[in-house]
Write a protein that binds this ligand. Structure first.
Ligand code: F6R
Length: 263
């Protein structure tokens, strides 16, 4: 695992956008795995800036999002399809036909989940998976006690997750937050070639400490990334504040090529 402790969320977002920029320029048909939520917003803004000002070309890029609420149309303002259009896709030259978000309106969820897995496979697999982390350690919507080898599936959401996300539903209407979602599994995430997790703020510190320094456990799904062949955490000082070996990670970083991503 590469643990990059950044001065600010702005710096972390810049570095991750720079990493993705390099990958796309090297392989224009990069397959991205994308996340929603507050965490990746600044990183998406930086990708948009690079598209508009630096010629970053998304015309051949494909994308697969982690998750979607069950029962929400893509036109619903709190749906993840709507979020992706607003925060990224509408501002870059990606072909929307090559962007995928699980179908929250599918009637046969099992078939939809299996088709999503098959779609990722047929697309060549995910080159770079972007992740946030829930305060309970979830990645995608894989809540505690989900199998660490799970594939795309329907997931019941924990109350704490629904409370965390209620702010996006008509200013905090918990009753409006769906109780279930369709999500890539943690096993699906582990298949990605590179996994990049972003985390900002004190609220994420316990989940980050568990993921990086705790035992691998289905109670903190992000801890499964310890088994990933190439996982990189870009986190701010607050999210890193409960790490026991932060100084060591900083020393490793000082010797690494990742420094070249800094502005
Ligand atoms: C979103 C997702 C979730 C979020 C996590 C953190 O597609 O998969 O795992 O990354 O809930 O959300 P924020 O960034 O809003 O704190």
């Amino acid at each position: 695992m590469d643990i990059v402790i950044c001065k600010s969320k702005e710096q972390a977002s810049y570095m991750v956008a720079a990493y993705i920029d390099r990958a796309i320029r090297k392989n224009p048909r990069t397959v991205l795995g994308l996340a929603t939520g507050s965490t990746p917003i600044l990183m998406y803004k930086e990708l948009i800036r690079r598209h508009k000002e630096c010629g970053l070309d998304f015309s051949q890029v494909h994308s697969w999002n982690l998750d979607e609420y069950l029962g929400l149309e893509g036109t619903h303002p709190a749906s993840y399809r709507y979020f992706m259009n607003e925060q990224l896709f509408d501002h870059i030259n990606i072909d929307k036909a090559n962007t995928h978000v699980p179908d929250g309106m599918a009637t046969d969820y099992e078939a939809a989940a299996a088709a999503y897995e098959e779609g990722i496979r047929a697309d060549g697999g995910i080159d770079i998976q972007v992740l946030g982390i829930g305060s309970d350690g979830h990645i995608g919507f894989n809540e505690p006690a989900t199998s660490l080898s799970s594939r795309t599936h329907v997931q019941t959401l924990m109350l704490g997750t629904r409370q965390d996300n209620a702010r996006l539903f008509f200013g905090g209407d918990l009753a409006a937050v769906p109780t279930r979602a369709i999500t890539m599994g943690t096993g699906t995430v582990l298949d990605s070639r590179v996994a990049i997790l972003l985390a900002f703020g004190k609220g994420k510190a316990p989940a980050i400490a568990g993921a990086v320094e705790g035992a691998i456990s289905h109670m903190n799904q992000a801890s499964a990334l310890q088994l990933h062949r190439d996982a990189k955490f870009f986190i701010d000082e607050e999210a890193a504040s409960l790490l026991k070996h932060a100084d060591f990670y900083k020393a490793v970083y000082a010797d690494s090529d990742l420094r070249s991503l800094e502005a």
